[in-house]
Design a protein. Structure first.
Length: 657
């Protein structure tokens, strides 16, 4: 072998090795920085008076990362989201966003400026394009003069707003927002929440911050939103107590616990597993630290002269060990030890109950006998009459026909969707004392203060004013006032809104063992699956289906029915198999009428194309009066639809021509 002059036999392999190494480093760096950082939170803290919500917390949110934020009520979830969205300021630390990042923020309780219509509120974020679309929708509804109509259509073309308008209408339709011209001020809090959610989704920002997005949505909306966010390509930071939603949407969980941040790279199921491991490790580590502290404490208690020559590092280590051993996790939880009163065999009987509002039917000749210890879930789209059905049971709304017989031993406990109206200037303990000074619980009598402690209201918290409570704490106080009456028939209308996951889990356990009757209206599928024995499905117009099973059972049954229906339709439309004998195989021929239709379609399509061209020229001429302009705008849409329809028919017939 002739070696090249001036080279050793090892030089070429070394070069190849270097190239390979550089390439490997480049690939690793690319993989490491494949996703840009959308959000960086550096050492932020927040407190209100003596209450520390979180201290010196830091985390990043990468591009396409979908994080769920979990903490107990009152621990600062909504406050943290407000700080990140720029609606509040931290005590210290800083928030940094990627340059050019477009942020969408959904508040827990959104408010809108006075005078906005629904369409204006939904499109207010993308200022110029949204204003043009809102004006276009108004003109199409109420009309305008020729110049104004011509000008708005030019603006729609210039801003390429047609696709944006179409996307907006699709989102609004899924969230069942229909009346675009209604004033936002006339809407309920739940309707405002849906409009605010629509505004964020329509904008399609690079990053979404969503505070309780599933509140006030019915189950079909929740499932649609779940699918939408699962396909969303931006980053997401979200607070929700819907555990199925967290599991299916999020790939990362951030937990605030004892004023600190803990991160779990996985969905909600993964979080539950790793969190339990963390708590067990923390408990074991704290126990070891306390055992070691006893030895070190004895050493520290000796006379200073005895340890003057000892290393200073051991003294410093002692104080760190003391701090570690003193670390106590707050394991307190809501105690639902409330006992229900005796309930007899007769609960309630509905006989031929009918109810309607104007032309909207809620129930029609409805019969039902409720059994002892029955646990019923009620589901259905918003506006199908679920809350009205409950109010008829409670005597708050009278049926139009029929009657409802209630058992003598029934003691209602009603947790309404709207919630109890508290005097915001009243102290927490006074709100409870206004109902009862002493409450029976677990076979003993408790004072109002003792009872509140079972619902995690510490003595100092009991003397706070109601307006200082978070949304979840107000809900917890409301639940406290419902259960303190010792009901034997609980009616819970959307009980899961704003309650933290820990409280929901305890409430689920309580309801499963509750020695009484339960009716639950909720969009929380996990909660329904845990609690109810069967469900009423409100389909609208008085159609109520009684399904034996929980919500997941019902959804599985619906999917099976759809699959079976598709199979039947496929069989019905399937053509007769062709004969195996190829000599007898013949191509289907057009009938006489189909031949005539096929011959005429070409001329019809050509005529429609010509009409479309003429209308386009007229619309762009600027010479049409307002009425004609509106007429031609409607007609061109019809012509385009006809062209598509007839073209598809021509293609279908051409296969056999």
């Amino acid at each position: 072998m002739v070696r090249p002059a001036g080279r050793t036999c090892f030089e070429i392999p070394k070069q190849a090795l270097c190239i390979s190494l550089v390439f490997t480093i480049f690939v690793r760096l690319y993989q490491r920085y494949e996703y840009m950082i959308d959000l960086q939170v550096d050492g932020i803290s927040k407190s209100f008076g003596d209450t520390i919500l979180f201290a010196d917390i830091s985390f990043v949110l990468e591009e396409r990362q979908r994080s769920g934020l979990i903490a107990r009520n009152g621990r600062g979830k909504s406050t943290l989201l407000k700080i990140i969205a720029g609606e509040d300021t931290p005590d210290n630390g800083k928030i940094t966003f990627r340059n050019g990042l477009r942020l969408g923020y959904l508040e827990q309780e959104p408010e809108f400026p006075d005078g906005l219509t629904v369409i204006e509120a939904c499109l207010k974020r993308n200022s110029e394009k949204s204003a043009v679309i809102a004006k276009y929708e108004k003109i199409m509804l109420h009309g305008a003069d020729t110049d104004e109509m011509q000008h708005i259509m030019e603006d729609m073309d210039r801003l390429d707003a047609w696709d944006y308008e179409n996307r907006a209408k699709q989102v609004l339709d899924k969230l069942k927002i229909k009346n675009f011209e209604q004033q936002v001020a006339e809407l309920s809090g739940g309707q405002k929440k849906r409009i605010a959610l629509a505004a964020v989704l329509i904008e399609e920002p690079d990053m979404m911050i969503l505070d309780e997005p599933t509140n006030h949505l019915d189950m079909s909306m929740v499932e649609w939103l779940e699918e939408y966010l699962a396909r969303y390509t931006g980053s997401l930071l979200m607070v929700t107590h819907d555990r199925y939603f967290l599991d299916r949407v999020c790939n990362d969980i951030i937990e605030i616990d004892n004023n600190r941040i803990y991160r779990y790279k996985g969905n909600y199921s993964y979080f539950l597993q790793r969190r339990e491991e963390r708590l067990q490790n923390m408990a074991a580590e704290t126990a070891r630290a306390r055992n070691l502290l006893r030895t070190e404490l004895e050493w520290m208690r000796r006379q200073p002269q005895a340890r003057a020559h000892k290393a200073k590092y051991r003294i410093d280590a002692f104080y760190k060990l003391q701090e570690k051993a003193a670390a106590m996790r707050d394991d307190s939880s809501v105690s639902l030890d409330v006992k229900s009163q005796y309930i007899g065999n007769k609960i309630f009987v509905m006989k031929a109950v009918s109810k309607a509002f104007d032309k909207k039917t809620i129930t029609k000749d409805f019969y039902y006998t409720f059994s002892r210890y029955e646990k019923l879930g009620i589901v259905g789209d918003n506006g199908t009459g679920k809350s009205t059905f409950i109010k008829m049971l409670l005597g708050k709304v009278a049926p139009d026909n029929g009657n409802i017989e209630i058992g003598e031993t029934v003691v209602w406990g009603y947790y309404s969707q709207e919630g109890m109206v508290f005097n915001e200037q009243m102290k927490v303990i006074d709100a409870v004392k206004a109902i009862a000074e002493v409450i029976p619980m677990g076979g003993r009598m408790l004072t109002a203060s003792q009872f509140l402690q079972h619902f995690l209201f510490a003595p100092e918290k009991q003397y706070d004013y109601v307006y200082k409570l978070s949304g979840g704490e107000k809900r917890r106080l409301y639940l406290c006032t419902v259960l303190m009456r010792n009901p034997n028939f609980l009616v819970l209308d959307e009980p899961t809104n704003d309650l933290d996951i820990d409280t929901l889990q305890i409430l689920e356990e309580y309801l499963c063992g509750f020695k009484g009757c339960v009716i639950v209206v909720s969009h929380d599928r996990y909660f329904m699956d845990r609690v109810v024995d069967h469900i009423f499905v409100f389909k609208g117009e008085g159609d109520i289906k009684d399904f034996p099973g929980n919500y997941t059972d019902y959804r599985d049954w619906c999917e099976e029915e759809k699959t079976a229906q598709k199979t039947v339709e496929t069989k019905n439309t399937k053509t007769t198999p062709e004969k195996n004998n190829r000599r007898n195989e013949a191509k289907r021929k057009l009938s006489f009428n189909e031949q005539r239709e096929y011959a005429s379609l070409e001329s019809e399509i050509a005529a429609l194309e010509e009409e479309k061209t003429q209308i386009e020229e007229l619309l762009s001429s600027g010479t049409l009066d307002n009425d004609t302009l509106m007429e031609k705008s409607v007609r061109i849409s019809q012509v385009i639809s006809l062209i598509d329809e007839k073209t598809m028919r021509w293609l279908e017939l051409s296969e056999f021509a």
